[in-house]
Each structure stands twice: as structure tokens, then as C-alpha cells.
Design a binder for this molecule. Sequence first.
Ligand SMILES: Cc1cc2nc3c(=O)[nH]c(=O)nc-3n(C[C@H](O)[C@H](O)[C@H](O)COP(=O)(O)OP(=O)(O)OC[C@H]3O[C@@H](n4cnc5c(N)ncnc54)[C@H](O)[C@@H]3O)c2cc1C
Length: 355
Amino acid sequence: MSEPLILGAGPAGCMAAIALASGGVRPTLLDRDATVGDALCGGFLSWRTAERLRAVGIGPIQLGAHPVETLALVAGKSEAIAALPSPGFGLSRRALDTALRRRAVTEGARLVIDRARTVRSGMVEGEEADHPAEAIFLASGKHDVRGAPRPREDDDPALGIRIRIPAHDALRAMLRGRIELHLFRCGYAGIVLQEDGSANICLALRKSALADVGGQPTALLDRLADMHPRFGERMAFAPDDTAIDTVGSVPYGWIARDTQRGLWRLGDQAAVIPSLAGEGMAIAMESGVAAAHAFLAGTDAATFQRSFARRAARPIRTAKLIWQVAETGAGARILTGVARALPALARTAMGLTRI
Ligand SMILES: Cc1cc2nc3c(=O)[nH]c(=O)nc-3n(C[C@H](O)[C@H](O)[C@H](O)COP(=O)(O)OP(=O)(O)OC[C@H]3O[C@@H](n4cnc5c(N)ncnc54)[C@H](O)[C@@H]3O)c2cc1C
């Protein structure tokens, strides 16, 4: 049998590679980028993500991650603070993905750089070469590859926007030890410090909100900062020339319930949890490990996919419900009020959105 091919060296692909390599199989790990970039992401590692990293010998603290003990929910003028069930961390994707990729290679994965154009049974066609493999682990994350698309929501999909504000003492004092979720009518912004003291501000917003301001992300950020003073206070630290990253049409709530023969769907290619739960990376890592174990045990891809879909269903359903309630103005205020009055309930909700 040929070695398995893993398409994508993000959290899902790297964890699959590590688990396969430690099970005695030497996978090929294919990624389009020779240099690890700073993927658009909230940069929050949940306590479950941290556990999975420690299990493969990667310590968030050793990577310099910023410890996070509390969640601050902000809706208009109201704020609720709830302790996280266990500490999480703020860490850039550059730092995380570099550590994961390094670990996968140390364990024995063979890293190949090429951009996949098409996936079909037994073959990934790249820009540089064809990559035949009986088992293909599809871990291309937010980016679909021709031949294995995910369905697109066409009525007002979510889009991701991210800026990074350089380290600043006053901003650091505001954000120390917390992850902030600012709830808006059209979505939310998550803010957390990263290992270098910078603040990662990542938003998931309805596309219609962008259309309302003429399609300009800068204009949308300015409008949100004007309408939401607490968010505006944080945005005031952003230099004028701050780069804005965007990703379009994130299919929140989608779960792969079946797959083609020999195609193992991992990470965001298996299930997409609304990002305000801060659990996407944990689900990605868990899918990678579970798929590798299933493969080593001789299970077929479709059986794995159905079983993983069942495990991912509850956290994704719960997170989707919270996202839907939060994006109605009144719902956001109710959620904040409930979290303030009953922090234990907020912690239960955080638990229900974990895989
Ligand atoms: C706005 C937003 C905020 C988020 N915030 C958080 C958060 O704070 N915490 C959290 O846990 N999750 C968060 N998530 C979710 C998280 O980013 C994803 O769930 C996670 O990155 C999925 O991991 P993955 O390995 O499946 O894919 P990715 O991380 O997207 O990695 C995919 C890899 O595949 C490679 N690739 C892609 N296409 C190709 C190709 N054609 N050929 C070769 N290589 C390719 C890429 O270079 C990359 O290395 C957020 C998501 C969004 C949209």
C-alpha cells in the first residue's frame, strides 16, 4: 500500500501526520507554503487545544503563549466576566503551526511543498507534480480544493477579518489574562494577546455588513468602532497602516457526513464550528488524531467520517445556536446578562461547545 498523503500542514494535517508517524506509517505532508504564515484565526487556544498539544510534547507556555483565565463578553455598554473552565492561551498561528510542522517532520513525516489544484480518487494534482496515494487526508482548512468542495451558504455567509495591533502597554493592561468577545448585530470580534504582546483582533461578520459600507473592510471596522465604544477603545491603538486580512464565505455549522472512497476529511474540511466558540483548532486536531488511529486500525474513510460527524454535532449545534442568538442585538444583551448573573451557566455553555 502507498504511503498516505496529507494535504495541508495546519493543525489537522500536522496532528494526523504525527499520529500516523508514531504508528509506524510515514505520511507525506503536502503544503503550498514553504514558509509558515500567520493564518487568519482568532489566535485563542482553548484548554482542550492546549491538552492536545501537550499530548504531542508541545507546551503552549514554552512557545511563549499568553495565559488566558477569563472570558469577557461585551455587548454595548454591558460586560460579563466568566472564568474559563481551565486556562486557555493566546498564541499566533505562525508560532503554533511552526511548532506542529516541526514536530510532524521530527516524527518522520515527509514535507513536500506544492499547491494542490485538484483532488480525485487516489490522486492529488499539484502545480508542480502529481501526488498519487491510496489514502488522502484532506486538511486544506478554510480553502477548498477542486474535486472536494464544501457547500456554500449563499444567503449572507460569514466572512473573517483579522488585524494585529502591535504591542502597547495600555492595550496590554486592558487585555491581560482575558479573551474578549465583542458581540455585534452582524457578528462578533474576538480579541486576545499573542506571545509577542500584540493584540489579535479577529472578526466574523455577515457579508451584508461589508456590502453596507461599500465593500471596504476599513470602513466596516471604523463603523463598528464608532457604534461600539468598548470595541472602539481597542481599535484606537491600531496604526493607520494596519494590514487587514480577510477570508470569505466560512460555512459555519457544516459537517461532512460522508466522503469519497479513500478521502479522509479533516479539520475545517470535516466540520466547521462557529469561531466564537474558540474550538476550531481543537476539533481540527482531534479529527487528525482520530482519522490516523482509524486508518492504522484498518477502518475505511466513510466509517471514520460518519463517526466523527456524530462527535462534532453537539459542539457545533450549540455554538451555532449561540452565534445566531448573539447576532441579534437583543440576544447579545441577554447572553451578556445571563453570563453576568449566572457565570456557572456560561461555563456550562463553554463546556458544551468542546468536542
Ligand atoms: C474568523 C475566525 C476566527 C477563528 N478563531 C479561532 C480561535 O480563536 N481558536 C480556534 O481554535 N479556532 C479558531 N478559528 C477556527 C480555526 O482557524 C480553524 O478551525 C483551524 O485553522 C482549522 O485547521 P485546519 O488544519 O483544518 O486548516 P487550516 O488551519 O486552514 O490549515 C490548512 C493548511 O492547508 C494548506 N493549504 C490550503 N490549501 C492548500 C492547497 N491547495 N495546496 C496545498 N496546501 C494547502 C494551508 O497552507 C494550511 O497550512 C477561527 C476561524 C475563523 C474563520
